[in-house]
Design a protein. Structure first.
Length: 289
């Protein structure tokens, strides 16, 4: 299986699933679970579950949370190329999941905010042929230089590359973001991120992004997913499932797409692999396999 290096956040999630609206200033019952999280770690673990040799490049705090996350990732077979920050805590996210399985997040990127270009070492890319970058790295001014350094290092080393924008709310300057990812092989937005980049939710609008990237893979929840490149648009329907927790669905989708694409499968097979894994992710609580 092809080696894949993932650059992105690793942290802790506190997942609270509630069936009633949250009362302002009041109390509410919830089912609460403590899990590993961070978009980078999520994708790395889903990739590893598919058999990919996976390296995760991230920054954690010098604390119990960071040690726990690293131990769990390594136990699952992910190679951790981590920088340890003595001055910042490990990333922690409070995830509020409503009765329909839709999540809202309160995120503290912690040490990941201080992710630096020197954290991306030549050794971290060794043995890999593809680099996947989480957009959270690029869309935070403090870690953006490290994201750019990762893409540059990958291209210099001859790796193919992909970027998931991750957060439509943080795409304040679409043109600047597209400049940052220019030359990337795959851009992997969801519908909200596509709207932020093009002003349209129609997958065909992604054709205007092809001046910057090789292909665009759009995930649209219940509306399935689409692949857009110079030859046109291909789409597949969503896989039917019960949504328990939507956290990490896009991270799982990315893993399904990347492993199948790197194996040389057809565009339709690539999309089907992504939607299958995304459906599996939303059928359980927590963002990881």
């Amino acid at each position: 299986m092809t080696g894949i290096v993932v650059v992105g956040d690793a942290g802790l999630d506190v997942v609270a699933r509630h069936d009633q609206p949250l009362p302002h200033g009041g109390d509410a019952r919830a089912a609460i679970r403590f899990t590993g999280g961070g978009a980078g770690a999520n994708t790395a673990l889903w990739l590893r579950s598919l058999g990919a040799e996976t390296t995760l490049v991230a920054r954690i705090g010098d604390d119990s949370g960071g040690r726990l996350i690293k131990a769990e990732l390594e136990a699952a077979g992910v190679r951790c190329a981590f920088a340890t920050d003595p001055e910042a805590p490990t990333c922690c996210v409070v995830v509020l999941v409503d009765g329909e399985g839709q999540r809202s997040m309160l995120a503290d990127r912690g040490a990941n905010k201080r992710f630096a270009p020197e954290d991306v070492t030549p050794e971290s890319l060794t043995g890999s042929t593809h680099l996947h970058l989480s957009g959270y790295v690029l869309l935070d001014p403090s870690s953006r230089p490290a994201g750019l350094a990762a893409l540059a290092a990958a291209k210099k080393a001859g790796l193919t590359t992909s970027v998931d924008p991750q957060a439509a709310a943080h795409i304040h300057d679409p043109a600047a973001f597209l400049d940052d990812v220019r030359g990337t092989d795959l851009l992997m937005p969801n519908t909200e991120e596509l709207v932020a980049l093009t002003g349209s939710a129609d997958p065909s609008s992604a054709t205007e992004l092809l001046a910057a990237v090789g292909a665009v893979v759009v995930t649209a929840g219940l509306d399935g997913a689409s692949w857009i490149d110079a030859t046109g648009v291909a789409s597949v329907p969503a896989v039917e499932t019960t949504c328990v927790d939507s956290t990490g669905a896009g991270d799982a989708f990315d893993a399904g797409v990347l492993t199948t694409w790197l194996a040389g499968k057809s565009t339709v097979d690539v999309l089907r692999a992504g939607t299958r894994l995304g459906a599996l992710a939303v059928s359980r609580i927590g963002p990881q396999p």
